[in-house]
Design a protein around this ligand. Structure first.
Ligand SMILES: Nc1nc2c(c(=O)[nH]1)N[C@H]1C(S)=C(S)[C@@H](COP(=O)(O)O)O[C@H]1N2
Ligand SMILES: [Mo]
Length: 247
């Protein structure tokens, strides 16, 4: 982990969250989520049905000539790029849904395609204007039909590694439903108009302009709809990073 990451983590750990947020001029939604979550009515407590009919503010998009392919650095925990057999690959969607899914790459490519050219921001101090193509996550969720209890979406990925205690672990993330149904949040299989390279998360990764880099989980294999944020909320989040991870 870089010094920047450590500094940020220590700062957050000092309990300066409220001050920090006030200083950044950001709303309470990015604050101490554990304390504020259940008192906020908007938008973290809203159901999928309510959210898909709510107007959304779009994030900035860029022109094709603003893409700098070299600026997107590969950032993989433990440098552990998984091997994924594309023929056997399945994306499962389960949990609090009326219609669990088990999608092949063909199934995913048959869903509505969308392209976004957005800025990816990593907390390690770099950013990259990148084009992503894929299916809006909301389209997959619509097919799965979240129940009225579903509030968060947990993602599991194919990369794995062994931690200090010798336990095998993998990258995982949890997002709030509003960010999942955001029209610029994609399950991407294309980067800069080419098939997504393995190191960037092929066959499927999350790509969204409204969340920081560590929320953009690569090699997604499982999407599980849940009612509350799991104790293991995210790989970096469990190491001290802010859960919401908004931009
Ligand atoms: N599965 C998985 N997803 C991940 C990571 C990871 O280590 N494993 N790293 C995250 C971080 S910190 C960033 S900045 C981006 C980097 O994406 P890139 O490697 O395609 O540039 O992926 C995110 N998604
Ligand atoms: Mo990152």
């Amino acid at each position: 982990m870089s010094d920047l990451m450590r500094t940020r983590r220590n700062f957050l750990a000092l309990g300066g969250m409220g001050m920090l947020l006030a200083g950044c001029g950001r709303g309470a939604i990015q604050g101490n989520i554990e304390n504020t979550l259940y008192t906020l009515s908007d938008p973290l407590n809203r159901t999928f049905e309510q959210l898909i009919f709510s107007p959304t503010k779009l994030a900035q998009e860029f022109r094709a000539n603003e893409v700098n392919p070299k600026s997107l650095l590969i950032n993989t925990a433990e440098d552990n790029t998984p091997t994924v057999n594309l023929d056997q690959y399945r994306l499962t969607v389960k949990g609090l849904v009326n219609n669990p899914l088990n999608l092949s790459l063909r199934d995913i490519r048959a869903l509505p395609y969308k392209s976004t050219t957005i800025r990816h921001i990593c907390v390690e101090g770099w950013d990259a204007i990148t084009q992503w193509g894929g299916v809006p996550l909301v389209e997959v969720l619509k097919k799965a039909q979240p129940t009225s209890e579903a509030r968060y979406v947990f993602f599991r990925s194919a990369d794995g590694f062994v931690n200090d205690q010798g336990q095998r672990s993998g990258y995982y993330e949890t997002w709030d439903m509003a960010s999942c149904v955001h029209p610029q949040t994609l399950l991407a299989y294309e980067k800069n108009k080419k098939p997504l390279p393995i190191e960037n998360g092929a066959p499927i990764r999350l790509a969204s302009p409204i969340k920081l880099g560590y929320k953009q989980i690569k090699w997604v294999t499982e999407i599980i709809l849940v009612a509350t944020i799991p104790t293991q909320a995210g790989y970096w989040v469990d190491l001290g990073y802010e859960w919401y991870g908004g931009v």
